[in-house]
Write a protein that binds this ligand. Structure first.
Ligand code: NAD
Length: 417
C-alpha cells in the first residue's frame, strides 16, 4: 500500500469538494470538518508475564446533530488519532446517506492483537470500556466492531458497562453475539450491502452483476462475505487477496470454499489451482468489478492510473486516496463510495439497537429485507443528487446528500450555547 494520505485530510478534502455543490455557508462547512470531541487515553493492563503494558487508545465523537454517535472500535498497530477522527467523520456521512438516526463515532487501540493472549485482550477491552463508560450509552454513543474486533470484544464491553452501571443495556453496543442481544444478519451485513450497492450500480449502468468478473482485495469479514454473496448472485470471482498475498483464476472460483481454505490455513494463497498474484496485480486486473475490502489508501494516484476495472465498490473505508479518486474520475471508472457501499454494517447495527430497545428480535429474512430497502433507497437518493448537482463523481454526490441532511438537523436545532 503506497501513498500514505493522511485519512483525516482525505475526509476534509472530500467534505470541501462536496461543499461547492451545496448552499451551505463556509462557517458551517468548517464546523463539519472537525470532530466534536476526541478521547485519547493510555490503557495500562497487567500482561501475562506480570509486567505492565501501556496501549494508546482513542474515541472520536464526530457529529451528534442527527442522533447518538455510532461507530466501530479497531485494534490495529496503525491506529492513530487522525485515523480515528477520519473514520468517525466517514461514519457521520455514512449514517446520513443511508438516513439512519445517528451521528458518527469511531474508536481504536494501537495494538497488534495477534501478539496478545485472549486474557490480555479481555483485560485491555475491559480497561477501554471503563474509560469509555462516561461517554457511551444507549442514547449517547454506541460502539461496534471494526478491523480485528468482533462479537467477543463487543460482549466484553457490554458486560463491563452493564456491571459498572448496575443495569442491563444491550443497546450500548452492537455487533454482539445473538445470545448477548446481537441481531441476525449482522455478521454478513457489510458484505451484503457491498453486493447490493454493486448490483444497483451495474443496473444503473445498464449492466448486470451476474455477468461481472470480480476481484476482491482483503478476504476478511467484509470482503469474503461480499465475494460469497456476489458469487451467489451469479457474478464470477476471479481474484482475492489478504495480507499474505493474492490468488487469481480467470475461470472463476467458489468464493465460499476459498474462505474455508483461508480459515483452515490462515491465507487465501494456495487455494485450488489458482495462480499466486500480488495485491498490486489484483488491484490492476482487467475485471468488471473491483472490491477493495482491506484498509485505507490501498489505491493511490499511480496505482489508479493502472486500474482496469469498470466499477469499484468500496467495501473498506477510505481505500482510494483523493488524488487517486481524481484519476479514476478522469478515466470514467465509477466508484460507489464507502459511505454507501459498506453501510450495511451500521444499518444492521441500527436494527440491532432498535431490537434491543424494543426487547424484540427480528428474523434474518426481515433484517435482510429491511437492509435491502435501506441500501436501494440510498442508492436512488445518491443518483438523484448526482443527476441534480452534476458533481464529477458519485462520492461527491454522496457527500452532498450527507452534508445537506446533517446541516438540516443542525439548522433545526440551532447553535447553543
Ligand atoms: P477483517 O479484519 O475481517 O478483514 C480484513 C482483511 O484484509 C483480512 O483478510 C486481511 O488479511 C486483509 N488485509 C490486510 N491488509 C491487507 C493488504 N495490505 N492487502 C490485502 N489484504 C489485506 O476486517 P473487516 O471487518 O472485513 O474490515 C475491512 C474493511 O471494511 C475496513 O476498512 C473496515 O473499516 C471496513 N468495514 C467493515 C465493517 C464490518 O462490519 N466488518 C463495516 C464497515 C466497514
Amino acid at each position: 500500500m503506497a501513498d500514505q494520505a493522511n485519512p483525516f485530510e482525505s475526509l476534509q478534502t472530500q467534505i470541501e469538494a462536496a461543499a461547492a455543490y451545496t448552499d451551505v455557508s463556509s462557517d458551517i462547512i468548517e464546523r463539519l470538518k472537525h470532530p466534536e470531541r476526541v478521547l485519547e487515553t493510555n490503557l495500562s493492563i497487567e500482561l501475562d508475564d506480570g509486567t505492565v503494558g501501556v496501549f494508546k487508545a482513542f474515541r472520536s465523537q464526530y457529529n451528534g446533530d442527527r442522533g447518538p454517535y455510532k461507530g466501530g472500535i479497531r485494534y490495529h498497530p496503525g491506529v492513530t488519532r487522525d485515523e480515528v477522527k477520519a473514520l468517525s467523520g466517514w461514519m457521520a456521512a455514512k449514517c446520513a446517506i443511508v438516513d439512519i438516526p445517528y451521528g458518527g463515532g469511531k474508536g481504536g487501540i494501537e495494538i497488534d492483537p495477534g501478539e496478545h493472549s485472549e486474557s490480555e485482550l479481555e483485560r485491555l477491552t475491559r480497561a477501554f470500556a471503563t474509560e469509555l463508560r462516561p461517554l457511551i450509552g444507549e442514547d449517547r454513543d454506541i460502539p461496534a466492531p471494526d478491523v480485528n474486533t468482533g462479537q467477543r470484544e463487543m460482549n466484553w464491553i457490554k458486560d463491563t458497562y452493564e456491571t459498572l452501571e448496575q443495569t442491563t443495556a444491550p443497546g450500548v453496543i452492537t455487533g454482539k453475539a445473538i445470545d448477548s442481544g446481537g441481531s441476525e444478519g449482522r455478521v454478513e451485513a457489510t458484505g451484503r450491502s457491498t453486493m447490493l450497492a454493486a448490483r444497483e450500480a451495474f443496473e444503473w449502468l445498464g449492466r448486470d452483476l451476474a455477468d461481472a468478473t470480480v476481484a476482491v482485495q482483503g478476504y476478511g469479514n467484509a470482503g469474503a462475505t461480499a465475494a460469497r454473496l456476489i458469487d451467489e448472485a451469479g457474478g464470477t470471482i476471479v481474484a482475492a487477496s489478504d495480507s499474505t498475498g493474492g490468488i487469481y483464476d480467470p475461470a472463476g472460483f467458489d468464493a465460499a470454499s476459498a474462505a474455508e481454505h483461508k480459515a483452515e490455513t490462515g491465507t487465501v494463497v494456495g487455494y485450488n489451482d489458482s495462480e499466486e498474484i500480488t495485491n498490486e496485480e489484483l488491484l490492476t486486473l482487467d475485471v468488471d468489478l473491483l472490491v477493495p475490502a482491506a484498509l485505507e489508501n490501498a489505491i493511490n494516484r499511480s496505482l489508479a492510473a493502472d486500474v482496469e476495472a469498470d466499477l469499484i465498490a468500496e467495501a473498506a473505508n477510505g481505500p482510494i486516496t483523493p488524488a487517486a479518486d481524481s484519476v479514476l474520475t478522469e478515466k470514467d471508472v465509477y466508484v460507489v463510495p464507502d459511505i454507501l457501499t459498506n453501510a450495511g454494517g451500521v444499518t444492521v447495527s441500527y436494527f440491532e439497537w432498535v431490537q434491543n430497545r424494543q426487547r424484540f428480535s427480528w428474523t434474518e429474512a426481515r433484517v435482510n429485507d429491511e437492509l435491502e430497502r435501506v441500501i436501494t433507497t440510498a442508492f436512488d437518493d445518491l443518483i438523484e443528487a448526482f443527476d441534480a448537482t452534476e458533481t464529477p463523481n458519485l462520492r461527491t454526490a454522496a457527500y452532498v446528500v450527507a452534508i445537506e441532511r446533517i446541516v438540516s438537523a443542525y439548522d433545526q436545532g440551532g447553535n447553543w450555547p
